[in-house]
Design a binder for this molecule. Structure first.
Ligand SMILES: *[C@@H]1O[C@H](CO)[C@@H](O)[C@H](O)[C@H]1NC(C)=O
Ligand SMILES: *[C@@H]1O[C@H](CO)[C@@H](O)[C@H](O)[C@H]1NC(C)=O
Ligand SMILES: *[C@@H]1O[C@H](CO)[C@@H](O)[C@H](O)[C@H]1NC(C)=O
Ligand SMILES: *[C@@H]1O[C@H](CO)[C@@H](O)[C@H](O)[C@H]1NC(C)=O
Ligand SMILES: *[C@@H]1O[C@H](CO)[C@@H](O)[C@H](O)[C@H]1NC(C)=O
Ligand SMILES: *[C@@H]1O[C@H](CO)[C@@H](O)[C@H](O)[C@H]1NC(C)=O
Ligand SMILES: *[C@@H]1O[C@H](CO)[C@@H](O)[C@H](O)[C@H]1NC(C)=O
Ligand SMILES: *[C@@H]1O[C@H](CO)[C@@H](O)[C@H](O)[C@H]1NC(C)=O
Ligand SMILES: *[C@@H]1O[C@H](CO)[C@@H](O)[C@H](O)[C@H]1NC(C)=O
Ligand SMILES: *[C@@H]1O[C@H](CO)[C@@H](O)[C@H](O)[C@H]1NC(C)=O
Ligand SMILES: *[C@@H]1O[C@H](CO)[C@@H](O)[C@H](O)[C@H]1NC(C)=O
Ligand SMILES: *[C@@H]1O[C@H](CO)[C@@H](O)[C@H](O)[C@H]1NC(C)=O
Length: 820
């Protein structure tokens, strides 16, 4: 059965839809929010375990076939492999302690000097003289492909400058299934479309700079709690890591989706995650690695483990893992001798090939996959030597007494920051989201007197933090391997004081939240009442820990209430790793709210640019801010009530309904919806129109079965329709906005009521008009049919809607197929 689509003249164009009925709510019950207790126990359900506790076997591991772009590189890799001894082959797939966070040792007789793998998505880590960039969730708020590309390109240049071939980023998982996730800030957005675009831009940015992108973490790694096995003191396993149990359709339409974009952009490496999926460790789950990643998505690079994420040798290699990191427990200097290899890989790989358990062809494929991106990115030609300072900061290495002389040759402490600071400032400013601005309070207009409140405004008092900010100190990045070593960090207080001088503005400040929350702030400022009160709030998120609460840290909510009770012009700025509940959002004295997320090293400058209106303000929320924590339908599994070794389970029973897909489908009022953000000017949007790109062609429900390429079946990426809408800047100042396209699937297939399927950011002068274009690919209109194991375009009416957010929708069109 197939169908095609009516041509444009017969498209049903609906009347103007100003906004959906359940539009942004007036948060009347914000004061009644729940205590936000963090206890989400999911006992193992043996009934479901029967259904889910199983991941189908997919063997053998698909071999690299090359792509047109990588053909020459694959030939070089094949030649390289043919020159290796068996011991050298085992050596190349197994990390060794060395100067970098991950190291592949050299084969000097073949002029291969090894690979240096460094964290992370936000800065070259660990290292000195590098930039700390705005984090993933921050730049996702720009909704700007070019900005994201530039940010990753700058980061890539720093990797290369430091002599690191492999960047451990970008992050498309955690996707952000739960706002409690400790690492959501490293990724982009719980919307797979937005994250997919960002992943693609990130991979291209890094690789155009000559470094390998590692897309991580594959897959369903959505919580930190119990991400590693728990052992008894005697070393016996008490609990295995949690198992993420999701259905096939959810896996395809949400969690795999952004990785498909990244693989299509020729990502070099993928990192398998710590968790289990359907009961099987991600690094030895053949369905995940052989089936979904290498076969279905046509991934041509290599799979490396997350650090110590390997739990078996031969089984993992057969299931599709190509590289063990960090691999050997002994330092590279000892191992250069190659007599004492020990890891599940390493010497075990040699033994397994010798005893016939692992085919040598599989080992050869692992190395071809590792070496092809290396040659494709020309890393065999004049790649800078590893900076010895990275070894110094790598405690694993520096704490050992081994000489690194034979491993690091480069000049020490090279400054690779170039002019990146300026762009970091601009990118963070353009990624700031303005959620409220009443009475035209922003931008500030040469105020006579202002007051600044909150520990988050302050310079850090304990150095340039690497483990976390000081109690009194601004927060510009999250914790864990996505952290970075600042060379400087401009605090809001410093930047505002410097800016205030221009207007002769008096600046008072109070930075201790404990003091502010209990104070009568009027008595603090006495006779000199401020014209504006700026409150800076922070919310820390870190690897290893999920967030315990969705509230801001350090009594921040009470700090706002305290200030707003006496100051009728209270401006709140949040620095957070994702969503925070804003119970004071509708307080009449809170006149403006800015969500700045984690802006990186130029934090203070970026926020000054926004507060004083010097830069185009155009950020949009990459997630929803609900009215209260009890609205949230997804939380991490934080404990279990049984004692079975395998009992930690995380059931993805919400299926496709995460973030706005849940709130909108169930018409749950929210504080600020996905895609929302104000600007300093106004825009109109009208005349949505859609045309097929191949008017003569029939559009079949099922994609043509073309040979798989990186990203999957290329037919899925065919642009079938192009939608256009006209925007105009109707205000009096220049500014940028983001036109957003959402689709609703036909009723015949159950799906969330709205899903993002296009966006375009544009900058317009007053009066200027622009036509935004949204290419709709086959994948955008398809759902994953579990029975048929393919993407299908369902029959029935699609509704396309355009607007400035997921609720502020201005026009719509119905696409209707005709049966033949
Ligand atoms: C376990 O899952 C089955 C099937 O979905 C369901 O009927 C049952 O209520 C669940 N039991 C518990 C204790 O949650
Ligand atoms: C996980 O189990 C679900 C339910 O049986 C299945 O639909 C899905 O394909 C499985 N995925 C993997 C990777 O095992
Ligand atoms: C290694 O590099 C040297 C110097 O460039 C060159 O003479 C030699 O042929 C190379 N060896 C191999 C195996 O490529
Ligand atoms: C290790 O300790 C656990 C918990 O005390 C115990 O159940 C287990 O039998 C011990 N294993 C060994 C090998 O001693
Ligand atoms: C390698 O290790 C062996 C055994 O420990 C030792 O006898 C030999 O001298 C070492 N070779 C080198 C080159 O260090
Ligand atoms: C094989 O793997 C085990 C488990 O990691 C390890 O203890 C052992 O040393 C390895 N053997 C070799 C030869 O590397
Ligand atoms: C072959 O070697 C591997 C790795 O040491 C080991 O796990 C496996 O049990 C061995 N198989 C046989 C048949 O000896
Ligand atoms: C803001 O505007 C509202 C409504 O116009 C008004 O009641 C309020 O006094 C104004 N607040 C300030 C600080 O100007
Ligand atoms: C903040 O104020 C509280 C209450 O006075 C005090 O206990 C705390 O030490 C102060 N913190 C800092 C860092 O000064
Ligand atoms: C707003 O601020 C004024 C002081 O300017 C204060 O009198 C009033 O009570 C505040 N409103 C609220 C709701 O706290
Ligand atoms: C989980 O629950 C058990 C029993 O209630 C408790 O002893 C344990 O401390 C809890 N573990 C965590 C990590 O909260
Ligand atoms: C998937 O395809 C099967 C078989 O053609 C069909 O019965 C089923 O309704 C489809 N699934 C959905 C969700 O439409």
């Amino acid at each position: 059965m197939y169908h095609h689509w009516l041509l444009p003249k017969t498209l049903v164009v609906s009347v103007l839809l100003p906004s959906l009925a359940y539009s942004q709510a007036n948060a009347g019950d914000a004061g009644t929010r729940s205590a936000d207790a963090f206890q989400w126990i999911q006992p193992a359900n043996t009934t479901i375990l029967g259904e889910y506790g199983h991941s189908p076997p997919v063997y053998p591991s698909p071999k690299i076939t090359g792509t047109s772009e990588w053909e020459t590189a694959l030939n070089k890799a094949e030649h390289f492999v043919s020159s290796l001894t068996l011991d050298e082959k085992a050596w190349l797939v197994t990390g060794v302690p060395g100067p970098c966070i991950g190291n592949i040792g050299p084969v000097l007789r073949l002029n291969f000097t090894g690979l240096c793998l460094q964290d992370g998505p936000n800065a070259v880590r660990p290292s000195d003289y590098v930039s700390v960039f705005p984090s993933g969730i921050t730049i996702a708020s720009s909704w700007d492909r070019d900005l994201i590309y530039d940010r990753f390109h700058d980061l890539g240049l720093e990797y290369k400058g430091k002599g690191a071939q492999v960047a451990l980023g970008p992050v498309g998982g955690a996707l952000g299934r739960t706002p409690y996730g400790g690492r959501n800030w490293e990724g982009f957005s719980p919307d797979p479309y937005l994250t997919g675009v960002a992943m693609e831009s990130g991979v291209r940015g890094l690789q155009d700079a000559g470094v390998q992108a590692t897309i991580k973490h594959w897959l369903l790694y959505e919580q930190e709690t119990q991400r590693s096995p728990t052992l008894y003191p005697n070393g016996t396993l008490e609990f295995s890591t949690y198992s993420s149990n999701a259905d096939d359709r959810t896996i395809h339409e949400l969690y795999m989706w952004p990785f498909a974009n990244a693989i299509r952009a020729q990502a070099s490496a993928a990192m398998c995650s710590y968790n289990r999926v359907n009961g099987s460790y991600a690094c030895q789950n053949s369905k995940l690695l052989n089936g979904l990643l290498k076969e279905e998505l046509g991934f041509q690079g290599y799979v490396m483990t997350d650090w110590s994420g390997l739990h078996s040798g031969v089984a993992s290699a057969q299931a599709g893992t190509d590289m063990d990191q960090p691999g050997h427990i002994e330092p590279m200097t000892t191992l250069l001798n190659q007599t004492r290899l020990s890891s599940y890989f390493g010497g075990n790989i040699t033994l397994a090939v010798r005893n016939g358990t692992l085919p040598e062809s599989r080992l050869d494929d692992m190395i071809k996959r590792i070496m092809t991106p290396y040659y494709a990115l020309r890393q065999d030609q004049d790649f800078p030597a590893t900076d010895p300072a990275m070894a110094y900061y790598n405690t694993q290495f520096s704490s050992s007494n081994y000489s690194m002389d034979s491993l690091v040759f480069g000049e020490k402490s090279r400054d690779v920051r170039q002019d990146h600071g300026g762009r970091i400032r601009q990118h963070a400013a353009e990624s700031t989201v303005m959620l409220k601005n009443t009475n035209g309070t922003l931008p500030l207009k040469a105020p006579t007197s202002i007051a600044i409140f909150g520990s988050d405004a302050a310079p850090n008092t304990q150095g340039l933090f690497i483990r976390g900010p000081s109690e009194i100190g601004t927060l510009a990045i999250g914790g864990g391997s996505g952290n970075g070593r600042f060379t400087y960090l401009v605090s809001p207080l410093e930047a505002i004081k410097a800016r205030a001088v221009q207007d002769n503005t008096l600046v008072q400040f109070w930075l201790n939240n404990t003091v502010i929350k209990d104070a009568n702030v009027e008595s603090l400022w006495g006779a000199t009442a401020p014209e504006a009160c700026l409150v800076f709030l922070k919310s820390r998120a870190s690897e290893r820990l999920d967030r315990e609460s969705l509230a801001v840290d350090q009594h921040g909510d009470t700090v706002v209430e305290s200030v707003a009770s006496k100051c009728s012009n209270t401006i709140v700025v949040t620095h957070s790793g994702g969503m925070t509940i804003m119970p004071w959002a509708d307080h009449p004295n809170v006149t403006a709210i800015l969500a700045a997320h984690y802006p990186g090293q130029e934090s203070g400058h970026s926020i000054v640019d926004i507060l004083y209106g010097a830069k185009s303000l155009s950020g949009k929320l990459p997630y929803t801010v609900p009215l209260n924590a009890s609205s949230v339908n997804t939380a991490p599994t934080t404990n279990i009530t049984t004692s079975g070794v395998d009992d930690w389970q995380s059931w993805y029973s919400e299926g496709l309904e995460i973030d706005y897909r849940y709130y909108h489908t169930h018409k749950i009022p929210v504080q600020y919806e996905f895609g929302f953000g104000l600007s300093y000017t106004n825009f109109s949007m009208a005349s949505l129109r859609v045309k097929p790109t191949h008017p003569e062609a029939r559009i079949l429900s099922q994609p043509e079965a073309l040979a798989t390429r990186p990203g999957g079946n290329p037919a899925l990426w065919d642009v079938l329709f192009e939608a256009e809408v006209t925007l105009q800047n109707t205000g009096s100042t220049s500014g940028a906005t983001v036109a957003q396209l959402y689709i609703s699937f036909p009723d015949e297939v159950s799906a969330p009521s709205l899903q993002l399927r296009g966006f375009e950011k544009t900058y317009l002068s007053p009066g200027e008009s622009y036509t935004a274009t949204f290419p709709l690919m086959r994948r955008d209109l398809s759902y994953w049919n579990v029975t048929q194991q393919t993407w299908l375009i369902p029959e029935g009416d699609f509704i396309l809607r355009v607007g400035f957010s997921s609720l502020d929708l201005h026009d719509s069109v119905v696409l209707r197929p005709v049966e033949e």
